[in-house]
Write a protein that binds this ligand. Structure first.
Ligand code: NAG
Ligand code: NAG
Ligand code: NAG
Length: 395
């Protein structure tokens, strides 16, 4: 049985393609007011932001300049997170125009994912701070004490046009705005998302679920529906179908578990419909697997009801999976190429299913006609197709 290999091939291939890539060093030409210079710079992987810094090991301080595109009616923020990764616990510096139309810089720790922003001191010292705006670019300058003398710190950064009472308030909950985090290594000058397992987890969640629920399950359904028409494929189609769906279920549950973890880790931000559909899928998928053990013999009078149940649940799972994968694309915004690739795959599968459906009906009608001819119009023609379970349903 070759099927169990297929998902792993698909997954490793996709994981290899899905690594976030950092385009570095587009920052090196940038210059700063007051002859400020920095020893290292890096282009951050989201929101077109750049970070420049000079690290002083002697007193464990760092001078930073954070620069990002922003219009005059928006705000930018940059933060280190001394305790964990992501937004919760981050110590943020905000820059924006205040009500007097003066560029202002404030600090605020972010205790949760829906904080009220007001000028509050951070958990570490900020020795100096400034910000400026020109040509739709905002720059934050700061000299800070590194928390616990760390040289590797998680950072998050953000941009938004939302304000409340003249202070920054909220940002988009999708795409680059939820991926703008990573590990900053002050010594090596490297940025990475290692140590920032959340971005890896988000990508893994997307890939595992798209491959399992979104691709393998429909393939397994196509195998069951169309292969069994061919007598020579009996009972191979059955094992292929079970192998495909069980692999999809195992991989899918792994992806689902990551999704639940991601949801629990980001308290305050809940993607309700994506989450609820995900939970429904897990329940229905699990029922499908356990229903396999309750499958009556093919001559049993309840087999018909089991078949109806199995088909309804199966098709519901496939439709909900595809819907939820598109909802996931809207949340993660992994880039158009991923969405287009998935659309191409799922449309190809749909096209194949449509062609096989036509071929199958051709065969069914032909068989029915020859049976009718043989029985001379007697009322004995049964379809070998559909909920009836199939004459040649194996195993
Ligand atoms: C830290 O040390 C650097 C030189 O190593 C110095 O320029 C800077 O003023 C010091 N900063 C503080 C806050 O003491
Ligand atoms: C923010 O608070 C600090 C210290 O409390 C103060 O020095 C600074 O002027 C305040 N900034 C603004 C913009 O309110
Ligand atoms: C950080 O390093 C400085 C200078 O080496 C030292 O004086 C200070 O105690 C250290 N702080 C912590 C929290 O380790």
């Amino acid at each position: 049985m070759a099927t169990p290999l297929t998902p792993f091939l698909l997954i490793s291939l996709t994981l290899a393609l899905f690594r976030p890539s950092f385009s570095q060093k587009s920052c090196s030409g940038e210059t700063f007011s007051q002859n400020r210079v920095y020893t290292v710079c890096n282009s951050l992987p989201q929101l077109s932001a750049n970070l420049h810094w000079t690290y002083h090991p002697a007193n464990s301080t760092v001078d930073v300049a954070y620069r990002a595109p922003q219009s005059a009616d928006g705000w930018v923020a940059w933060a280190l997170n001394p305790t964990t990764s992501g937004m919760r616990g981050a110590q943020a510096i905000f820059a924006f125009f205040d009500s007097n139309n003066a560029m202002t810089t404030i600090t605020c720790p972010l205790p949760n994912t829906q904080p009220t922003i007001r000028n509050t001191s951070l958990s570490y010292n900020v020795y100096s701070m400034a910000s400026e705006f020109s040509n739709n670019v905002m720059t934050i300058y700061a000299t800070i004490e590194l928390p616990n003398n760390k040289t590797q710190v998680n950072q998050v950064w953000q941009a938004s046009n939302q304000f409340s009472n003249g202070l920054p308030y909220g940002h988009l909950q999708a795409g680059p705005n939820i991926l703008s985090e990573g590990l900053l290594d002050l010594l090596s000058g490297e940025l990475s998302s290692t140590g920032n397992s959340r971005i890896h987890l988000k990508n893994r969640h997307g890939v595992l679920n798209a491959v399992s629920w979104g691709i393998l399950l429909p393939i397994g359904a196509i195998i069951a529906r169309y292969l069994r028409m061919f007598k020579s494929a009996d009972p191979a189609w059955f094992y292929l179908h079970v192998g495909c769906q069980c692999s999809a279920y195992i991989v899918g549950v792994a992806g689902w578990g990551i999704g639940i973890k991601l949801g629990n880790d980001s308290k305050g931000i809940t993607y309700n419909s994506h989450r609820n559909i995900g939970i429904a899928l897990f329940i229905l998928g699990t029922l499908q697997v356990f229903a396999l053990f309750l499958r009556p013999n093919k001559d049993h009078k309840y087999r018909l009801y089991w078949n109806i149940y199995h088909h309804l649940t199966g098709y519901t799972v496939i439709v909900l999976s595809v819907v939820n994968i598109f909802k996931g694309f809207d949340i993660l915004e992994p880039g158009d190429k991923w969405k287009h690739a998935y659309i191409a795959i799922i449309s190809t599968l749909a096209g194949i299913a449509a062609i096989l459906e036509a071929v199958t009906w051709g065969i069914v009608l032909k068989r029915r006609r020859s049976v009718e001819k043989f029985q001379n119009g007697a009322n004995g023609a049964t379809s070998s197709y559909g909920y009836g379970g199939g004459a040649n349903q194996g195993a």
